[in-house]
Structures are given as C-alpha cells and as structure tokens.
Design a protein around this ligand. Structure first.
Ligand code: BGC
Length: 415
C-alpha cells in the first residue's frame, strides 16, 4: 500500500518551511466517502476549521461507503492506517474496537465535556469500554420521503400518508408520465426503502423489537408478510435504469421533476440545498408513510486508527475530534450536509423546515430507532439484510412469501 501520508507530509513541509517533525504531529490523513457535491462542501467546513487550528489535512476520498470502509480496515490491517476515517457510531465501529484497531479520544472528550453536550444515545454508542472511540458530527434520518411538488400537482395527488395512498398516487403519477420513485439501485439504497416500508407497515415498536432481537417468530410473522407484499408492490413504480444508479443521481431526478419521490436519508437534502433549492419549497420532505412517528437514525462520525498500536489519540487526531464538535463547525457542516447537529446545545434555529421537523421529532425518545446500516446490528447481520433485500427486489420471479423466508433465513444464519 502506498504511504499517502508521508508523501503529503513532505509536500506540505516543503511548501511551509515548518519543521517536518512538528508538522507530522499535526497531520491527519482523512479517509471518507463524501464525494458528492454537498458532501464535499460540508466536509470542507471541517477541513477549514482544522487547518485554521494549524492542522495539515491529507484528503483520501473513496467513492461508496462500502469501498471506503473496506479500504480503511484493510489499511489498518496492513499496518498503514489512515489516521482519521469516516464511520458511523454503533455496533460495527465497536467491532473494530474489539480488534484493538482504534485509538480513543477520551482525553479531549472529557476536557470538552462531551457527555453533557451529546444526547445519551449518542454518548453510549460512541464509546467503547467507557471511552470515546469516535467524534460524532451529526444525526441523519433514513426514513425520509422527498418529493417534487410540481410533479405531484400535475398528477393531482397529495403527499401520501399511508402506503395504500402511496400506491394510488404512484399510479396517477405514472399516468401523468412521471416516474413515481427515483431509486438508486444499490443494495444499501434498496434496504433504506425497505426499512421505511417496514417501519411504515409494522410501526416503530415492531421495527425496534425486530432488529434488536432478530427474533425468528417476528421474522416469520404476518406483519412481516405484509411488509414484503407492500415492498413488492413498489417494484412497478421504479424505472428500468435504476440498477447501479447512485443516490445523488436519484435525488437529481426528483429535483428536476423526472421522478416524483425518493426514499432516502436526508443527505439527499444536502444535494437539494447544493442545487440552490430551499428544502420544503419546490422539493418537499415528509417522513415515509407510517402508522406512527419515528426517526431511523444514523450518526456520522470520524474514528481514529491506533497509530503504531497506540491506544491514545495522537495530537492531530485529538485536534480533529475537537474541531468536529465545535459549535460553529457543527452548524456550518450540517447546514450543507442535510443533517442536524449531534450536539444538543448548538442553536439550530437557522436550519431549514425539514431539519426543524427532525429536531422536534427527536424530542420524544419513543421515536428513536437505529439504522441497520452501521448502527444497530452486527456487520454480519447488516450485510445479510442488504443482500437478501436486494436479491428480493431484483428477482422478478420471487414471491413476497419467498422473499420473507429468504430474509428470515439470511438473518438466522448471520446472527
Ligand atoms: C452516510 C451519509 C452519506 C451517505 C451517502 C451514509 O452512509 O451516513 O453521511 O451522505 O452515506 O454517501
């Protein structure tokens, strides 16, 4: 593996004249998958703040979350880790800590009183053995439904409140020549839409119980049968070019009005903002139809590789952690990213109307659900969920019953 950091440190050293040792101590290689326009713009806010504090940033973008995470882990295992890497807090990050691959940022976290500034759920999930192993930067919600208002008007439909209303609306949109659902055809995107259906049909208690217990009876239940039937009924409303499509291309279809709806995390809102559209205006946001209100959370964070096997963060890692939780950075970053601040105490009144809805919803702890991406289930189960959902979605001949049984078995084998 190429030693990116050394090359970059040397380049930075030659251009500034600062001693190489001093600069090395302040250099962080940041590995991430934030490659879309809005993601880059948001991350640039962190970089600006880090550099203003004397840090040297070596950027290592890798398109696709799965690819970036695999690269981060492979580099750690190969002995050439990126010092800072994007991840989300939760079970999968803890698996890396279990293997002794991470450094903790507990010293800076206690100096800066993170325990009091972050919501309890985030505090818990960002720690391992009582120490912070990540700097949480935001809260994203995955059960959003973005829609093109003019498209809905043209087809004469209201924003659907139930999945049966959605089906009726989708038929009308089709008749009006609009693609009802702009779907990015990648397993994780298909799973995001599936989990919205699961939450919508089963309700928040069912969602929470299912994914926290992975219970076989729940997986085989009639409720789950209904979830698969509803999900299958969405297939005709997605265009043929969906397979392989990126999430931001799907968002663009909704911005332009080629597609009416996208079921996606509110990073889609970042792209809407980057396109110069005020969220809630021509592109609206609502929660995906559901019988009760809930928020499927994923919390972006940066984690820190154990450099030379050290458990304690290096000065550059600690500086990065500190910068990410600065109020100004949390505000500037999240306004561009489409998410809301991880910190409870930063003023969020300048955020858009969709963000206000998220903030209000999260005031009720009963709404708090966790994503099956990186947060709430072990990596083996998360992978099994994505694979079996994608397989079902893309198999024209598989019945909802077969899909349900395949999902049950996949989880039973993985847990
Ligand atoms: C991250 C988001 C990101 C999205 C698409 C998700 O896993 O949580 O921050 O924008 O992937 O890249």
């Amino acid at each position: 593996m190429k030693k990116f950091s050394k090359v970059a440190v040397l380049a930075a050293f030659m251009s500034t004249g600062v001693s190489a040792g001093a600069l090395h101590a302040q250099t962080a290689e940041v590995l991430h998958w934030w490659t879309s326009g809005s993601e880059q713009a948001a991350l640039a806010e962190v970089r600006k703040a880090f550099e203003a504090k004397g840090g040297a940033w070596v950027d290592t973008p890798i398109a696709g979350g799965g690819n970036a995470r695999a690269a981060a882990v492979n580099r750690m295992l190969g002995g050439d880790p990126a010092s800072v890497f994007q991840f989300s807090i939760g079970q999968q990050l803890r698996e890396l800590a279990d293997q002794g691959l991470l450094a903790n940022v507990d010293k800076i976290a206690s100096e800066e009183h993170w325990d009091e500034k972050l919501p309890p759920l985030i505090v818990k999930a960002a720690k391992y053995d009582g120490e912070y192993i990540a700097a949480p930067i935001n809260i994203h919600g995955e059960n959003w439904m973005f829609f093109n208002k003019a498209g809905l008007e043209k087809a004469g439909v209201d924003v659907p409140k139930s999945w049966s209303e959605f089906m009726t609306a989708a038929k009308k949109l089709e008749d009006a020549g609009i693609i009802p659902i702009g779907l990015g055809g990648q397993p994780w995107q298909e799973r995001i839409m599936f989990n919205s259906v699961l939450l919508g049909v089963g309700g928040r208690d069912f969602y929470a119980k299912l994914y926290s217990t992975l219970d076989d009876d729940l997986l085989a239940s009639d409720t789950m049968g209904k979830v698969f039937e509803t999900f299958a009924a969405l297939k005709p409303f997605v265009d043929e070019s969906s397979p392989g499509r990126n999430w931001n291309e799907a968002t663009n279809m909704v911005i332009k009005g080629d597609a009416a709806f996208q079921f996606m995390g509110d990073w889609a809102k970042g792209e809407i903002i980057a396109a110069g559209v005020e969220p809630g205006s021509t592109v609206g946001c609502a929660f995906a139809p559901a019988i009760d209100t809930a928020y499927i959370m994923t919390v972006d964070a940066f984690a820190f590789s154990a450099m030379d096997g050290e458990e304690e963060a290096t000065p550059a890692q600690a500086k990065m952690a500190q910068v990410m939780l600065e109020p100004d950075v949390q505000i500037a970053f999240n306004k561009k990213k489409g998410s809301i601040p991880a910190r409870l105490d930063v003023p969020a009144d300048s955020f858009d109307s969709c963000a206000q809805m998220a903030i209000k919803t999260l005031q009720d702890p009963k709404t708090h659900l966790v994503s099956t991406g990186l947060f709430g289930v072990p990596s083996s189960v998360s992978g099994a969920i994505d694979d079996s959902i994608s397989n079902f979605w893309n198999s024209a001949d598989m019945s909802p019953q077969e899909g349900q049984e395949q999902f049950r078995q996949a989880i039973a084998n993985a847990k």
